[in-house]
Design a protein around this ligand. Structure first.
Ligand SMILES: Cc1cc2nc3c(=O)[nH]c(=O)nc-3n(C[C@H](O)[C@H](O)[C@H](O)COP(=O)(O)O)c2cc1C
Length: 364
């Protein structure tokens, strides 16, 4: 199957099937954010109307610390989806990533499905996207081509080895990945974000990425869209029983988002992605160390309907975020980053086993 056709198949599966990470218990969110409790402030001492939700990422202003996560482009039918997302990003003053630009490197006729994003969002913070496998194939020149295609403000390189391990056509040669990333960081003039796509980043990997010169980590943690789950549906359609079994077994594989945010704290901005479903999730992520969040799946259906629906969904995130800022007495993002929280349950146990002291959050 061509890269382009795979992109439209992914989008349709995500819109129509249950692809989230809760294979064995549909009431249980797996990203760990339900184990984070913001300590309520009964006397917040601020006026909700004066709360400032704006922040900066790489010097670009965001009215609200939420990005539209890398999703699509690369098929003519994805053009209107990207356009809807970009119009909303422009009007709300937030950032947006495009999906993997690999299809457009393979077929320049598809560039328009990405370029529409910059056309519709001339002032927004926009980041490009390629997989680490494409660095081997197209080199730094290919990355520059992707940057120029959308006049990108930053470039995301995605790591997707869970899905690759399950797809029969997957790229499972992970040798040289770090060296290739380091070369891109050295040669590209704009910030490089390394992002996982649903299995999270550990402290050890975060340290290696930091040394390689990466500008930010997008944790892409477990607990949101499961790409192993997506592969189960694709395997079913193809009658591939091995793919189906692998996808089911690894449906919830990975480092939960909440854990990965704390593990990736290695003195560079952390973007929290993976099951960010409400403005309260954004608040919690920032309180445990993220600089911004990104969300993908909740915007798929709205984006198919048009920019109005995307805006409506994002405005709900904003209202929820502001309410949580108010109830923790946080007048600014800086205040929120120091808000008191408690970490309990599996997330607390996981972090303690990994040697992270969670009690510091409640005492600051
Ligand atoms: C339809 C769809 C397509 C995606 N395509 C890409 C992609 O091309 N490149 C990438 O880095 N991540 C891609 N992602 C992953 C997201 O950027 C994100 O890391 C992941 O879905 C977790 O966020 P979520 O739980 O909010 O969906 C895609 C996600 C969705 C839902």
């Amino acid at each position: 199957m061509s890269t382009s056709n795979r992109k439209i198949e992914h989008l349709e599966l995500c819109a129509n099937q249950d692809v989230e990470s809760h294979r064995y218990d549909h009431n249980l969110r797996r990203n760990g954010l339900d184990d984070i409790t913001m300590v309520h402030n009964a006397l917040p001492g601020i006026n909700i109307k004066e709360i400032d939700t704006s922040t900066e990422l790489f010097g670009y202003k965001l009215t609200f610390p939420l990005l539209i996560a890398s999703m699509t482009g690369g098929h003519s039918e994805t053009r209107h989806v990207n356009e809807s997302l970009a119009i909303a990003a422009q009007e709300l003053g937030i950032g947006m990533g495009v999906g993997s630009q690999r299809a457009a490197l393979e077929d320049p006729d598809l560039e328009d499905s990405f370029r529409v994003v910059r056309d519709a969002a001339p002032d927004a913070f926009i980041f490009g996207n390629l997989g680490v496998a494409q660095l081997k194939e197209y080199g730094v020149e290919g990355v520059r081509q992707a940057v120029d295609m959308i006049d990108a403000n930053a470039m995301a390189i995605h790591l997707n080895f869970l899905q690759e391990a399950i797809q029969p056509e997957g790229d499972t040669d992970a040798t040289d990945g770090l060296e290739l990333i380091e070369e891109v960081c050295n040669k590209l003039k704009i910030p490089v974000i390394v992002k996982e796509t649903g299995a999270g980043i550990s402290h050890e990997v975060a340290q290696k990425l930091c040394k390689a010169g990466v500008s930010a980590i997008d944790v892409g943690g477990m607990g949101g869209t499961s790409w192993a789950g997506v592969e189960v549906y694709r395997s079913q359609e193809k009658g591939d029983s091995i793919g189906q079994s692998l996808g089911n077994l690894f449906w919830d594989w990975g480092i939960p988002t909440a854990v990965s945010i704390i593990e990736s704290n290695v003195s560079m901005p952390v973007i929290a992605t993976g099951g960010i479903r409400t403005g309260l999730d954004v608040t919690k992520s920032l309180a445990i160390g993220a600089s911004a969040c990104a969300t993908a799946l909740p915007l798929v259906r709205p984006a198919m309907n048009g920019s109005k629906d995307v805006k409506k969904k994002l405005e709900l995130f904003m209202a929820e975020f502001k309410a949580a800022m108010f109830l923790t007495g946080s007048a600014t993002i800086e205040d929120l980053m120091h808000a008191q929280i408690v970490i309990t349950g599996r997330t607390g146990e996981y972090l303690n086993e990994r040697g992270f002291d969670t009690s510091r959050f409640a005492r600051r």
